[in-house]
Ligand binder design. Structure first.
Ligand code: SAH
Length: 544
């Protein structure tokens, strides 16, 4: 993941668009009764059962004096209105309450009446019979003996069209019911969130940035990222079989759907952003609503319907790994919901830094401002060395050995350890005119148990000094791997404080500090010091 405004600066076409769509066709036709099965329509007002809607309604009118069709017409009800009226009546009768003297639109206004009172209510599933009786619908003409082939074909086509319309009406209905139920559930949780909690969440823009499709398209098309999750989940189905999983920040629901397909018993997909509405639809369309429950809200605010989960899956990584500060939310949920032997997916993350030299980049993005169409625009360079950039640099720009600066065991890391200080050192491997900056990237590892560890120094980048390629599913955002939507973090060295030079074979070393600024915890401050044989410097950058 890499949300908020930075994403708009970047080229979403970093990948080859080869994201596989996967997935079978939705199997929603199961809402329809079997063709040859006799219908059993339970009376709205008593226990009698009828083979079709009209005979049931006639019974209600003759025996109870209740004219459903007249009422429906008086209220001008469409399909959903009719469903609500049916469920309202069924609920009253179920609760042993008489029907009110007058039923108005207000009586059935509450969306909860979209929820079926009777499971697979044959009456609701047969409401199309009523529509065929509606005066505004043309009745199907009887087929005469001498009807031509063409007429039959046309009739067939029309019936197929009507069937498709009815089917889609039921699909929409199922979806509306899902949404209503889950919205209500989410609402309950939101009620539990106090006003002041809402006020504390200053990052409204953050949730909004995840509401639009574009960022999710970018993430899904990042096949390095999405394939790694898919491969880990699908290659380890035994781990997921019959497990309770929580997906923190489900977005479109992709990871939840991988888990459901891998055999999870239940998946709770949580997201505070409005994209959760799309996740719900995606889950429904793929026939996974029975397994995946979408819950709208901050993971910190909602209550899961289960006390503990077996597995937490989440794609929380930001630029330079920790930008956007979603990991603290995952750690919060880990400590609250994950079983003591439960699995976090992914389970290890490492951060690397290396010196880079890229004169071409400096010409294109820094010196560029010195002369723009014959004008001096050096003013545009103000602050240029204080901002961390997100770029994908060619691997050839790396002019020194990468140095590992962080190793996070996600099962045990504490939130306060996410602000960290580390020593770093690098041997210069290329003779360059100047070191123009430092590049930051991260690796991600998926282990199969808490016992399987990734030792310090393990790298997915084969050219790293202590490169020990892991057996676990893993990926790197190093320039030496295929480009990801995270690219790398680029920290440009300010040459006005002295050009940083180093002979090939010499060592550069110093310390690096990652710290989320207090005034904006979603941003990231990175400060680096470096010592060569003749100088010592320090510089600070911000990614915001
Ligand atoms: N899992 C999806 C989306 C990842 S993007 C995928 O892999 O494609 C991260 C998502 O996490 C965003 O949709 C964001 O809204 C959500 N998110 C971030 N912090 C959250 C929190 N504390 N509670 C709930 N959702 C959160």
């Amino acid at each position: 993941m890499a949300g908020n405004k930075l994403i708009n600066n970047r080229d979403p076409d970093f990948s080859d668009d080869s994201a596989s769509s996967g997935g079978d066709e939705a199997e929603w036709l199961d809402v329809e009764p079997e063709e040859d099965e006799p219908l059993a329509i339970v009376s709205l007002l008593d226990d009698s059962v009828f083979p079709d809607v009209m005979s049931m309604l006639t019974h209600c009118k003759e025996k109870h004096g209740f004219d459903f069709l007249a009422l429906r017409q008086r209220l001008g009800l469409d399909f959903y209105g009719t469903v609500k009226l049916v469920n309202f009546i069924r609920q009253q009768i179920h609760d042993g309450r008489p029907l009110p003297e007058t039923i108005t639109l207000e009586t059935i206004a509450d969306d909860r009446y979209l929820k079926p009172v009777v499971d697979d209510d044959a009456l609701i599933l047969s409401l199309d019979e009523l529509d065929l009786d509606d005066s505004d619908q043309e009745a199907v003409p009887p087929v005469a003996d001498d009807v031509s082939r063409e007429d039959l074909a046309a009739l067939n086509a029309r019936l197929a069209e009507e069937l498709a319309a009815v089917n889609s009406q039921f699909a929409d209905y199922r979806l509306a019911v899902e949404e209503t139920l889950e919205r209500r559930w989410g609402d309950d949780k939101r009620d539990a969130t106090t006003e002041s909690d809402e006020a504390k969440d200053e990052s409204q823009y953050y949730w909004e940035s995840y509401a639009a499709n574009e960022i999710h398209e970018t993430m899904l098309k990042d096949t390095v990222r999405t394939d790694a999750y898919r491969d880990f989940i699908y290659e380890n189905k035994a781990l997921f079989k019959d497990k309770i999983v929580m997906d923190i920040g489900c977005g479109t629901g992709i990871l939840s759907m991988f888990c459901a397909r891998a055999g999870a018993k239940a998946v709770f997909a949580v997201d505070k952003s409005d994209v959760i509405e799309k996740a719900r639809a995606n889950v429904y369309q793929n026939g996974l609503s029975d397994t995946i429950t979408c819950i709208k809200g901050r993971i910190e605010d909602i209550d899961l319907p289960v006390p503990q989960v077996d597995i937490i899956v989440s794609e929380w990584m930001g630029y330079c790994l920790l930008y956007e500060a979603m990991l603290p939310s995952v750690l919060y949920a880990r400590d609250k919901y994950l079983k003591p032997d439960g699995l976090l997916v992914p389970s290890f993350a490492t951060i690397w830094a290396a010196p880079v030299s890229d004169p071409e980049y400096i010409t294109d993005h820094v010196s560029f401002w010195d002369d723009v169409y014959g004008f001096d625009m050096k003013a545009m360079k103000t602050g240029i060395y204080e901002e961390a950039r997100v770029e994908d640099l060619p691997p050839s720009t790396i002019c020194g050995q990468p140095s590992q600066i962080s190793h996070l065991d996600l099962h045990s890391v504490k939130p306060e350890e996410l602000n960290f200080r580390s020593d770093w050192q690098s041997e210069v491997t290329q003779q360059v005119e100047s070191i123009d900056g430092f590049l930051i990237w991260f690796d991600i590892f998926f282990t199969r148990s808490r016992q399987e560890t990734i030792p310090w120094g393990t790298s997915v980048d084969p050219s790293s000094p202590d490169s020990k390629i892991p057996s676990a599913v893993a990926f790197t955002t190093s320039p030496r791997g295929p480009v990801t939507h995270w690219k790398q973090g680029l920290l440009l060295v300010d040459p006005s404080k002295g050009i940083l030079t180093a002979e090939k074979g010499t060592r550069v070393s110093g310390e690096i500090i990652f710290e989320a600024p207090e005034e904006n915890p979603r941003a990231l401050g990175i400060s680096m010091s470096w010592t060569t044989k003749d100088s010592e410097r320090r510089q600070t950058w911000k990614l915001q």
